[in-house]
Design a protein around this ligand. Structure first.
Ligand code: FES
Length: 107
């Protein structure tokens, strides 16, 4: 199972095993990672699953789609180059060890 490392604003790391094909939001919620809400259940409509993908993973994670890009513009407080919606990142073997920073707030 690929692992995802979630880092909170204090630098605390939480590593979870994510099933292949599961997304970064659902993997966090299922494992009780604080700071990821996932209010819309992964339907790309709430932006409460915002994460900052670490720079070294940006190429393999890829860019957001058009709808996600709009939602990031409108729905997150601190958009950065690595901003993605966790529900739109599907875990693959290639993403094993993915590190994402969790914003201090999702609103
Ligand atoms: Fe709502 Fe990701 S869970 S946009």
């Amino acid at each position: 199972m690929p692992k995802v490392v979630y880092v909170d604003e204090s630098g605390v790391e939480r590593t979870v095993d994510a099933a292949l094909g599961a997304n970064v939001m659902a993997s966090a919620v299922r494992n009780g990672v604080p700071g990821i809400v996932g209010e819309c259940g992964g339907n790309n409509s709430c932006a409460t699953c915002h994460v900052w993908v670490r720079e070294e993973f940006l190429d393999v994670v890829g860019a957001p789609g058009d709808l996600e890009d709009d939602l990031l513009d409108l729905g997150v407080e601190d958009r950065r180059p690595g901003s993605r919606l966790g529900c739109q990142i599907e875990m693959t073997a290639e993403l094993d060890g993915l590190v994402v920073d969790v914003p201090p707030s999702q609103y």
